[in-house]
Ligand binder design. Structure first.
Ligand code: GCW
Length: 689
C-alpha cells in the first residue's frame, strides 16, 4: 500500500511540472508579490530595474524598495551596495546589477544583508566567434543570433530585436557588460557601412542593459575593404583610413567599446606582414581609438610551425614587448599556453608581463570539452586557473590578482569568454551548458567565487520547483537533498571526469583533427604541420610518453617564476595533473600511488567512464523533479556522453598500448571496441546526433 501511495505521489509531481524549453535560462518566471519602489531618476536602465522588481519580487509583500544613485566611497565602478531598504550605486547600471542580485538572493534563499559588491574586472566581455554568414566557429548551439545569410541578411526585424533584448537581459543579470559581435577570424566586411548599420541596431538594444558592443577587425581591412595598397600600421594613409572608420563607428555608436584583434595567428594578417611588431599594430589602433574612449584587445594566441615548442611561443614573442603598449591596449591571453585544453597549467604571460595590461580569455563554448553533447561544468577549471599562483610578487600572486589590477596598476581590467550561444531554443545546445555562460558572468564579476557556489546558485535558479505550478513539489529541505546535492555533485565532478576519459595526467591535444570532439592520438595525415597533429603533443614511443618541457627539453618551464619552474622541472615535485605536460617518462615510471605510469593512465581512463555512468544514474533518479522536456533532453545527451567517453578510453588505451606493450590491469574493464574500428570512426561534432 505504501509503495502504491509513493508511486502515486511521484506521478502527480511529474505531471504538474510544465515542459520547459530552457529558453528562460536562469531567469524563469515566478509568481511575484507586490512591491513599492522609490527610485531617484527615470532612465531606460532604471526602468528595467523597476520592471524586474515588479515581475520578480519574492520578498515581503507590499515592502518598499529604495533605489538610490549616490556615490559612496566603498562602491567602485558599476558596483552596488545592498542596504536594508534597497540598493545604492554610483551609476544606474549599478542599481540594475544590485536589483538582479537582490532577486537572485530571494530566489536562492540567500540572506539579504548590508553588503557591497564591486566587480573584479571593469570589462566583462563575451567573444562571439560568429561569422557574417550566420555560421559560428566552434559553435554547437545553432546559428548566430546576430548574423544570417539569405535574401535580406541585414534587415533588422522585431524578432531580432526581441531576441537581442533577451540576450542583453540575461547578460546584465550576471554582470556581463560587453560583447564582441563577430569572429576573431574577422571578415573585412564587418567594417563596411552596411554591416555597421546593423551593429548600430544591436548596440541600441544593448545600451539600456549596460552592454557595449565591440568588433573583431581584420588587420588588413585598409587594403581589403578600403582598396589601399598596404595595411602597414605606420603608413599615414592606413592610419587615416582607420581614423575615418573609427569616426564613422562612433558617429553611429557613441559608446562603442573598441576592437578585438587576432593578428599574425593561424594565417590571419598582422603587423609582421609589414615588418612591424605586435606593439606597432596594437598601438596604431589604440591611438586612433583613444580620443573616443575605445580600447584594443590584442590577442596573444600566436604560434608557428618550426622547432620551437608551441607552448613557449606566445611568451617568447610578447615578453620582449612588455612596456611598449599604449595604456588602452589589453593583451588577451588564453588561460593556458596552448589552446583551451581540458587541462593546462596557466599561461606564463599572467604574472609575466608587468607593464602591460593583460586579460584572461576563457572558452565557454566547449570546443575541447565535449561540445554541446557532454555535460561538463567549466567553473572548476576557470577557478583552478584564476587561483593558480604565478609567484610574480611572491606567494599569493594569483592569476586573478595579476589580472584584476590588485597586483599591477592597469588602466583597464578585463576578462573575455568565448560564447556558447546560438539560435537553439535553449541558447546553448545543452541545458547544462547554460551553466557555463552563467559561471563566466559570475566569475567575471567576482573572480574569487567558487565553482561550488556558482553551481548551487545556478541549479536553484534553473531547476527549483515553482510552488505555484507544483503544489506537490518536495519541501525545500528535501529538494536540496534529493535534487540539488546530487546534481551539484555531478556538475562539480564533470570537468575532472572529462580530463580522466580524455587526457589525464597532463596529456593534451590528442583530438582527432578538425572537429576537436573525438579521440585521435594517431591522427597525423601526411604533410600536415606537426604542431597540428597529436603525436607532436603526446610523444608516445617505446621509451615512454609525454612532452619534455624541462631544462633538458624545450625548457618551457623556465617561463614560470620560481619556485614553480623548479617544481615543474622535476617529475618528483611536478603536480601529477601536469606530469606529462612537462615530462616524457617511461611507461613503468612509479607514480605517487605506487602504480606504474601505464597502470595509472588505465585507472584514470576507467574512472572517467565510470564517472559518466554515475551521472546517468544521478540524472535518472531526479526525473520526478524536472519537467519532462528538459529531463529527456539531458538524459539523451548523457547516453551519448557515456558512449563517447567509452570510445575515448578504448581509443587512447589501445593506441598507447602499442607503445607500452603492457597489459591493462585485470581489475579494469576491458575495452569494448577494437582500435582498428575506432580509428575509422569520425565522431561527428553535430549536436543533433
Ligand atoms: O582554438 C582554436 C580554434 C579556432 C580558433 C582559434 C582562436 C577562432 O580551433 O577555431 O579560431 O583557436 O582562438 O583564434
Amino acid at each position: 500500500m505504501r509503495a502504491i501511495t509513493g508511486i502515486f505521489i511521484l506521478f502527480a509531481v511529474a505531471l504538474s511540472v510544465r515542459a520547459e524549453t530552457g529558453h528562460e535560462l536562469w531567469l524563469r518566471k515566478h509568481k511575484a508579490d507586490p512591491v513599492k519602489i522609490i527610485a531617484s531618476g527615470d532612465s531606460a536602465t532604471l526602468q528595467i530595474a523597476l520592471h524586474e522588481l515588479q515581475q520578480g519580487w519574492q520578498g515581503k509583500a507590499g515592502a518598499s524598495v529604495v533605489l538610490t544613485v549616490k556615490p559612496d566611497e566603498s562602491i567602485r565602478g558599476d558596483g552596488y551596495k545592498l542596504t536594508t531598504s534597497g540598493v545604492q550605486a554610483k551609476t544606474e547600471l549599478g542599481i540594475l546589477y544590485g536589483v538582479y542580485d537582490l532577486l537572485r538572493r530571494q530566489q536562492t534563499l540567500q540572506p539579504i544583508q548590508e553588503e557591497v559588491s564591486n566587480p573584479s574586472y571593469e570589462r566583462r566581455v563575451l567573444n562571439h566567434w560568429d561569422n557574417l554568414d550566420g555560421s559560428v566557429e566552434r559553435g554547437y548551439a545553432g546559428h548566430s543570433i546576430f548574423w544570417r545569410s539569405g535574401t535580406d541578411p541585414l534587415a533588422v526585424t522585431e524578432k531580432d530585436k526581441a531576441l537581442w533584448r533577451e540576450y542583453a537581459r540575461a547578460n546584465a543579470s550576471i554582470g556581463i557588460n560587453g560583447t564582441v559581435l563577430n569572429n576573431v577570424n574577422a571578415s573585412p566586411q564587418m567594417l563596411s557601412s552596411e554591416y555597421l548599420s546593423r551593429v548600430k541596431a544591436i548596440a541600441d538594444v544593448m545600451r539600456p542593459y549596460g552592454i557595449r558592443v565591440y568588433l573583431s577587425v581584420k588587420f588588413s581591412s585598409p587594403s581589403l575593404l578600403g582598396g589601399l595598397k598596404t595595411s602597414d600600421p605606420l603608413d599615414s594613409q592606413v592610419i587615416q583610413w582607420w581614423k575615418n572608420k573609427v569616426k564613422e563607428i562612433y558617429g553611429l555608436i557613441p559608446d562603442f567599446g573598441g576592437f578585438l584583434v587576432k593578428a599574425n595567428s593561424e594565417g590571419q594578417p598582422g603587423p609582421q606582414d609589414y615588418g612591424r611588431t605586435h606593439a606597432h599594430g596594437a598601438n596604431m589602433m589604440a591611438d586612433v581609438l583613444k580620443p573616443h574612449g575605445g580600447i584594443v584587445m590584442w590577442r596573444a594566441f600566436v604560434y608557428s610551425p618550426g622547432d620551437k615548442d608551441r607552448a613557449a611561443q606566445a611568451y617568447a614573442e610578447f615578453m620582449p614587448l612588455d612596456g611598449q603598449f599604449r595604456d588602452n591596449v589589453i593583451i588577451q591571453v588564453k588561460n593556458g599556453p596552448i589552446d583551451f585544453q581540458p587541462r593546462e597549467p596557466f599561461s606564463p604571460l599572467f604574472g609575466g608581463m608587468k607593464k602591460t595590461s593583460v586579460m584572461p580569455e576563457l572558452q565557454i563554448t566547449q570546443e575541447y570539452l565535449g561540445h554541446s553533447i557532454q555535460l561538463v561544468f567549466l567553473a572548476p577549471m576557470w577557478e583552478e586557473c584564476l587561483q593558480s599562483d604565478t609567484y610574480q610578487e611572491g606567494p599569493g600572486s594569483t592569476v586573478a590578482r595579476a589580472t584584476d589590477g590588485r597586483l599591477f596598476q592597469q588602466k583597464y581590467t578585463a576578462i573575455a569568454g568565448v560564447a556558447n550561444i546560438g539560435l537553439d531554443a535553449n541558447w546553448c545546445g545543452h541545458h547544462f551548458a547554460q551553466a557555463n555562460w552563467y559561471a563566466f558572468g559570475r566569475l567575471a564579476w567576482d573572480n574569487g567565487l567558487t565553482g561550488d557556489r556558482i553551481a548551487d546558485e545556478w541549479i536553484r535558479l534553473t531547476f527549483s520547483p515553482n510552488p505555484s505550478e507544483q503544489p506537490n513539489a518536495l519541501k525545500t529541505g528535501d529538494w536540496l537533498e534529493t535534487f540539488l546535492t546530487p546534481v551539484k555533485d555531478m556538475m562539480l565532478q564533470s570537468r575532472e571526469a572529462a580530463v580522466n576519459y580524455m587526457m589525464p595526467l597532463g596529456l593534451h591535444h590528442i583530438f582527432a583533427g578538425g572537429h576537436h570532439y573525438g579521440p585521435g592520438p594517431w591522427y597525423a595525415p601526411k604533410g600536415m604541420r606537426p604542431d597540428w597533429t597529436p603525436p607532436y603533443y603526446h610523444q608516445a614511443d617505446a621509451s615512454g610518453i609525454g612532452f619534455d618541457r624541462t631544462r633538458g627539453g624545450s625548457n618551457a618551464e623556465s617561463q614560470y617564476h620560481e619556485p614553480l619552474a623548479s617544481q615543474f622541472n622535476d617529475p618528483a615535485t611536478c603536480p601529477e595533473i601536469y606530469l606529462l605536460w612537462f615530462h616524457h617518462l617511461p611507461w613503468t615510471y612509479k607514480m605517487k600511488s605506487g602504480r606504474t605510469l601505464w597502470d595509472e593512465l588505465c585507472c584514470h581512463y576507467e574512472k572517467g567512464v565510470l564517472q559518466v555512468r554515475r551521472f546517468q544514474k544521478i540524472w535518472d533518479k531526479v526525473e520526478p523533479y524536472v519537467d519532462a522536456q528538459r529531463f529527456a533532453e539531458v538524459q539523451s545527451k548523457l547516453r551519448r556522453h557515456y558512449r563517447d567517453a567509452q570510445i575515448w578510453k578504448d581509443a587512447c588505451l589501445l593506441y598507447f598500448q602499442q607503445f607500452s606493450r603492457l597489459p591493462i590491469p585485470y581489475d579494469i574493464e576491458r575495452p569494448v571496441n577494437d582500435l582498428e574500428d575506432l580509428m575509422k570512426i569520425d565522431l561527428k561534432w553535430s549536436h543533433h546526433n
